[in-house]
Design a protein around this ligand. Sequence first.
Ligand code: PLP
Length: 414
Amino acid sequence: MRSVPQHHTRPIWAEISASRLRDNFRALQAAAGPQVEMLAVVKADAYGHGAVECAPVLAAAGARWLGVTSVEEGVAVRSALGILPQGLMPRVLVMCGLWPTEESAVLDRGLTPVVWEPYHLDLLEAEARRRGMPARSVAVHAEIDTGMARQGVPPGPLLDRLQARFTPDSPLLLEGVMTHLASTEVADDPQNHQQTIAFAKALVQVAAAGLHPAWVHAGNTSSTDSGYAAREVSALAESVGARAMTRAGLALYGYALPLAFLHLDGPAAVANVAASLQPVMTWKTRIISLREIGVGDTVGYSATFVAPAHMRVALLPVGYADGFRRGLSSSTAQPGGSVLVHGMRAPIVGRVSMDLTVVDVSAIPHAAIGDEVVLIGEQRAEFVGADEQAALAGTSVYEILCGISDRVARTLVE
Ligand SMILES: *Cc1c(COP(=O)(O)O)cnc(C)c1O
């Protein structure tokens, strides 16, 4: 979790819109339908937006479940939520298990870990018994590996062995069963169907062991967008008398991968929540210096850019150490990314370096030291998306957002 500097004075900050975060959460909940609970994923510091800032906003918007990666993140989110009235305190799902020494924090903070390795249960059970906790008082969610081969227990004998641990006198309670889908951004990818079938089989196996989890969950942003959450996840939960839940992260922050189809006549009922999302973050800085350069002058490391004409260039206090990707660099031959100054695009000139970036403001004659610059987000009628930067930097929008570093202050705005 971010270690927040005491005083942010360097002019670089990210404004996080509480109202947009709320609106995106509500749009997602509506797309998933009334049968499906929407878990709000705030892992990786809320995809770079600040979990401490975002978690309370989501709780106030009605999120009853939040998802984090680790126990460390869970502890930080619990602290950020502070004391909420009874019934408004969200549950916190720790999605990547727990590691030895973390079992105390799980119990102290009432976190709900996703489990699949026997050692996860050993740690929790031993600590709960040591504390004399009653039977079925420590809720966990078991992850089923339905084809991603990353986390989770495969259906069959290993699942049986895990299930055998939930004896009536155990302090452990199997409250949820979940899986993770690998290819949801392709709405009609056969892997979605294969994983659904495998998950359904696992749910039958759980029921056959006499276990009745309260929650069944699967899916993410793209499967909410495609309508999978509303259709398949609710049907899977209903088949075993459980409540359905799905888990969205990226869309909360206003981005979604474009939904693809293998067949042009793909699923009829696409939720298309992506159309109503609004980017939550506006990443800003200010011009700290300006200069004129002449024909043939070079800019930045390795002199990759040679001025073809007289230019006016502005210096920005942002670089790859802030998460402003080096892949946005330009050279004389190859244009790069751009930023917004006075509502106009200012192209990046030369290499993005560790702490500094130069942009061309020749076409923005009033640009002056102190002027606000938008790195990601909108300014007047123009917009630079994190997805646009991802394409230029050869990565995903996820990596752009969660790569914005601790040096950038996050400021919650309405
Ligand atoms: C990150 C994550 C999600 C959310 O994925 P998005 O594509 O950001 O919506 C859902 N489930 C699990 C298990 C995750 O790790």
